[in-house]
Design a protein around this ligand. Structure first.
Ligand SMILES: [Zn+2]
Ligand SMILES: [Zn+2]
Length: 219
């Protein structure tokens, strides 16, 4: 009797009826039975909560799995899913998801990689706490066009990690009032331009000295 050989790995069928079409069960799992899309979420840089489907909640493996698995579509309905690994970068997470499904009466397990696009933004609670408060003033000085362009870019970049509570026009430029000093200072370092920094005591806030750092950059 002629034995069937797997179209992918060449392994011969050990038991009759073991194969799934032209493939052995393990190769069948990689034959495009599942397709993955890109998932999206937002992360708050202050409290680290995540927003999934318009709701802010604490990040849990279940929540990430649920989101990632919802982006996997196939010919066979997924019966069981698990989160194997999660790799995090600033603007992108990669979730390795294992999926079990039944195809032609057999159980198949396949691991898929799902890309999650990550947007950074303050959640409404952190946004409320940050508004009306600032630790940092970025003074941009120079020709009006250059200042305007830089202020718009800086505001967009800063709002990935903090809040710009006020943008005030000055005779020689613009002052940006920023809630958190660390992301503001990181932005200043990224510009690679000479700057002047001063620190002044604003008062006492919740039992702590509240300092304001002012950095002036000439464009
Ligand atoms: Zn095979
Ligand atoms: Zn938050």
């Amino acid at each position: 009797m002629r034995k069937k050989a797997c179209a992918k790995c060449g392994r011969e069928e050990a038991f009759s009826g073991e194969f799934m079409g032209a493939f052995c069960p393990s190769c069948f799992a990689g034959t495009g039975t599942l397709k993955t899309g890109t998932a999206r979420l937002a992360v708050c840089p202050r409290c680290e909560r995540i927003r999934v489907r318009n709701q802010w909640s604490k990040e849990t493996p279940e929540l990430v799995l649920d989101l990632a698995a919802s982006k996997v579509k196939g010919r066979y309905p997924v019966e069981k899913a698990g989160l194997v690994a999660l790799q995090k970068k600033r603007n992108e997470w990669l979730a390795m998801v294992s999926l079990q499904f039944s195809a032609e009466g057999k159980r198949v397990e396949e691991v898929q990689r799902v890309r999650i696009e990550v947007r950074r933004m303050l959640c409404p609670d952190c946004h409320r706490l940050a508004s009306g408060y600032h630790e940092f003033i970025l003074q941009l000085r120079g020709p009006p066009k250059k200042v305007e362009k830089m202020a718009a870019w800086a505001q967009e970049e800063l709002e990935k990690d903090t809040l710009v509570t006020k943008a005030q026009e000055q005779p020689q430029g613009i002052d940006l009032y920023i809630a958190d000093k660390h992301p503001a200072m990181q932005l200043v370092m990224r510009l690679h331009r000479p700057y002047q920094a001063t620190r002044s005591l604003k008062g006492v806030r919740r039992g702590k000295h509240h300092f304001i750092t002012t950095v002036c950059i000439r464009l």
